[in-house]
Design a protein around this ligand. Structure first.
Ligand SMILES: [Zn+2]
Ligand SMILES: [Zn+2]
Length: 345
């Protein structure tokens, strides 16, 4: 009898910080570990970035399809256990986690549009994410992280850096072209670094915040106050804010043959003069959503080769505690200066 009680007590429970109801703070819970499928790996979370999207999920300004859910889509850690069909990664490997889970077989997946996979899901949104001691994901989503990249940096690379790379790709960016970045938050700073690293002929950083413009200038961009953005001419303009004004300005900034890429989240329409803005310059307006697994591999290679320096992207670490996590999210919600906090359980 004593033995049975011991068995029950010794079942290891996992701590997680979960979204139970939008509009309310996240809550710390203890859960039974998830059972592992044959193609999955269990990862001990070593770093989980707190992203602005998570703040939107908590506030209820972006719908969450599954509740309760553990947020966290910027995750790195160590493989604890692998399913019986998994050959790579192996237990003990350091990994980063690609947050989009896709089947690899449906028409969209076969066209390299895995973001639109018919049975796709996203960790930290439609399945449990990294605000926890452990996470279970398909093995193909756990990508080995070289020792020279810090775990916290690896985690943050999974979202804004990868999404910026995809936006530049969607914009058909070629070395030598001029890039205008509208909005110099986390995504914008990554976009500027990438554009510089990939050989842009010039990079304009457009924002209203003097501190962000100064930081952007430090990365090699030409800072432009938004009101003066009519002076900008770019081959590729990235809209990362999600406002009708910045979207319209991004289109108006285009050179002949230019491409404006919409990335920012908004429900507001923007106005476009089809003849003046598009026809007269053969300009294009393109949408860009998330990023691809293949781009994560490219990013890791760029950091390893020293082309891309991300050593300064993480500005603080916090413990896996509800108060600390909610506090960091509150700060993000108040738009307190480019803070990128990472949970280190
Ligand atoms: Zn994110
Ligand atoms: Zn698919």
């Amino acid at each position: 009898m004593t033995h049975l009680i011991c068995m029950r007590v010794s079942v290891i429970r996992m701590r997680a910080i979960r979204l139970i109801q939008p509009g309310l703070p996240l809550v710390e819970v203890e859960q039974e570990p998830v059972t592992l499928n044959t193609d999955e790996v269990r990862v001990q979370v070593a770093a989980a970035g707190i992203c602005r999207s998570d703040v939107h999920y908590r506030a209820g300004t972006r719908p969450v399809p599954r509740l309760p859910v553990t947020p966290g889509h910027e995750v790195a850690g160590h493989v604890l256990e692998v399913g019986s069909d998994v050959t790579t990664p192996e237990p003990g490997d350091r990994v980063v986690i690609h947050y989009l889970i896709s089947c690899g077989k449906c028409p969209e997946c076969r066209l390299d549009r895995e973001q639109f996979c018919e049975t796709g899901s996203m960790i930290g949104l439609s399945r449990d994410g990294g605000y926890a001691e452990e996470i279970v994901v398909p093995a193909r989503n756990a990508i080995p992280l070289p020792e020279s990249i810090a775990t916290e940096v690896g985690a943050v690379m999974m979202c804004s850096t990868a999404t910026s790379l995809h936006a530049l790709r969607r914009g058909g960016f070629q070395p030598g072209e001029t890039v205008a970045v509208f909005g110099c938050g986390g995504l914008g700073m990554s976009a500027i670094k990438l554009a510089v690293a990939m050989g842009a002929g010039g990079v304009y950083a457009v924002d209203i915040d003097p501190a962000k413009l100064e930081a952007a200038a430090g990365l090699g961009a030409t800072p432009i106050v938004f009101d003066d953005s009519s002076s900008v001419t770019a081959d590729v303009a990235l809209e990362l804010v999600g406002l009708p004004e910045t979207m319209a300005a991004a289109v108006r900034s285009l050179a002949v043959g230019g491409r404006a890429v919409a990335v920012g989240i908004t429900h507001e329409p923007f106005q476009l003069h089809s003849f003046n803005d598009l026809v007269l310059r053969e300009a294009s307006v393109i949408g860009s959503a998330d990023h691809l697994l293949s781009e994560i591999h490219e990013l890791i290679a760029m950091v390893i080769d020293g082309i891309l320096d991300l050593s300064d992207v993480v500005t603080g670490t916090i413990p896996l505690e509800a108060n600390a996590v909610n506090g960091a999210m509150d700060a993000l919600q108040r738009h307190e200066g480019g803070i990128r906090s990472v949970i280190v359980p």
